[in-house]
Design a protein around this ligand. Structure first.
Ligand code: SAH
Length: 343
């Protein structure tokens, strides 16, 4: 694989252009073109410069090879990377704007029992530019009259973002820089299965993105049944790290809680959540598990889910039941890629 030009910050791109003996303004021109989702060959620079760039850099490191559209407007994409790997992403349309879900790794090594992304283990990390190019490509598709087509980004596609820490932080910096696509950290959410030391590190980066932790259980024993990472980091260590994150960033944190039938949605679990989280500056996002055909887990009915939500609210927690978008197109993590790989 050649290098990924979207890995470069504007200053790095400028240095590259100067090192080629080209005029400085070419850097600005390239950067603007790339920010608009163009490939190197689609940007109008002199042929000699284009060829020099293309001999070292991938022309289109992230290419949409399949799009599924849901009745509710959600779009799901399968992207081909330059080395032939594929990752997936989603664009969800809300009243306030469009939220794009990006992948940070090809596959994942966390091994959560309910998730399709981790079925084949971790293949490789994405570079910061491969993550950014997902946003730039989809933004270009949906941008109308210069208005951004992507207003919010969630790092909830395949992969564990904090297991690819350096590249993810690079992406967060480049996607939020004013000269680029300029998506503000407050419109970005990073979801983690709970890699505690990396939560502390992220708090210290000064980026202040929204932190989401996949909790899915109220005791370490139960959590370890579906999330192997629970054997490494306890819920109490996670809560401490979240407090630190709040102290450093002032951002309220969020817990994801996928409702799994017979596993985590009893009355005792609602009570457990209330005991753990009451009084904390946090929000609970309930989601009815998306059933993955390779996995033997099911979810509860919508009515039962609302009853569970009612218990949390009565107990004083801020909580919502997440609308299930794109269920008709296999909106759940890793399903599209898994289907693709299985032919
Ligand atoms: N690795 C990160 C981010 C990717 S997953 C993390 O674990 O947070 C994004 C969210 O989707 C996580 O909360 C994850 O637990 C959840 N998820 C995975 N598979 C799911 C499924 N089948 N149904 C509902 N949520 C799922």
């Amino acid at each position: 694989m050649k290098k990924i030009i979207q890995d470069l910050s504007f200053a790095e791109l400028e240095n590259l252009i100067l090192s080629f003996g080209e005029k400085k303004f070419r850097a600005r021109q390239l950067y603007e073109g790339l920010t608009r989702g163009k490939s190197i060959s689609g940007i109008n620079v002199p042929a000699a410069l284009r060829e020099k760039l293309l001999s070292e850099y991938e022309d289109e490191p992230v290419k949409i090879i399949k799009t599924l559209r849901s009745e509710d407007g959600t779009e799901k994409y399968l992207y081909a990377l330059a080395d032939g790997n594929v990752v997936e992403g989603v664009l969800m349309k809300y009243k306030y704007g469009n939220t794009q879900c990006v992948s940070t790794q090809v596959g994942c090594r966390m091994g959560c029992k309910f998730c399709a992304s981790t079925l084949g283990g971790l293949i490789r990390n994405l570079t910061s530019g491969e993550i950014l190019a997902q946003v730039l490509t989809v933004n270009a598709l949906h941008s109308v009259q210069g208005r951004r087509g992507v207003t919010n980004v969630v790092l909830m596609g395949s992969g564990e973002p904090l297991d690819n820490y350096g590249n993810v932080v690079g992406f967060l910096k480049n996607v939020s820089v004013e000269a680029g696509i300029n998506i503000s950290p407050r419109n970005i959410s990073l979801s983690t299965s709970g890699l505690v030391p990396k939560i502390y590190a992220l708090a210290d980066e000064g980026l202040a993105v929204n932190l989401t932790v996949s909790l899915h259980a109220v005791t370490d024993e139960e959590r370890a049944r579906t999330m192997p990472v629970a054997k490494k980091y306890s819920i109490s260590e996670i809560l401490k790290a979240c407090s630190y994150y709040f102290e450093k960033t002032g951002r309220r944190y969020i817990f994801e809680y996928a409702l799994i039938a017979g596993e985590n949605c009893g009355k005792e679990h609602a009570e457990g959540l209330i005991n753990l989280l009451k009084g904390r500056p946090c929000h609970v996002n309930l989601i009815r598990l998306n059933e993955v055909k390779e996995r033997d887990l099911s979810t509860i009915t919508e009515k039962q889910a609302y009853a569970f939500l009612g218990l949390l609210e009565k107990g004083g927690l801020s909580a919502t039941l997440r609308r299930r978008t794109g269920a008709d197109i296999g909106g759940a993590c890793g399903q599209l890629r898994a289907n693709y790989l299985n032919g």
